[in-house]
Design a protein around this ligand. Structure first.
Ligand SMILES: [Zn+2]
Length: 125
């Protein structure tokens, strides 16, 4: 178990995740209203750095046959789990192999719960 984050960094990361969570919830609401979110995601905001990983994950989930709603619901679960992990001090540890997830990966995918190797292995299944 590794907890390399200072309380200050933890707090900031929770804020990031909570913002993300709020946005996912908003997206889900808009989805219920029938908005064409994929078009919006891919057209505009996707160019912003902080959205690239997310849009890539979305494309991947859709390849696996997931609907946008399923993707967002899953994302919400991941974000919740990440917030819980920060609070419990287990954040940043791969749930699959127990190794530390590189900080750079967590910067890009703050809700990552697996290291790149385990993530890839899982996607190949
Ligand atoms: Zn791993």
């Amino acid at each position: 178990m590794q907890n390399l984050m200072s309380p200050k960094v933890s707090k900031k990361r929770i804020e990031t995740l909570e913002k993300l969570r709020a946005r996912i919830e908003r997206d889900l609401e808009r989805l219920e209203e029938g908005a064409d979110l994929v078009q919006q995601e891919l057209a505009g905001e996707a160019n912003r750095d902080d959205r690239i990983a997310e849009v890539a994950a979305l494309a991947q989930d859709q390849e696996l046959g997931m609907t946008l709603e399923e993707h967002l619901t899953l994302l919400l679960k991941r974000v919740d789990a990440a917030i819980r992990a920060i609070e419990e001090g287990t954040y940043g540890t791969c749930v699959s192999c127990g190794k530390a997830i590189p900080r750079e990966r967590l910067e890009v995918v703050p809700y990552a719960d697996k290291c790149v190797e385990c993530q890839r292995r899982e996607e190949k299944r």
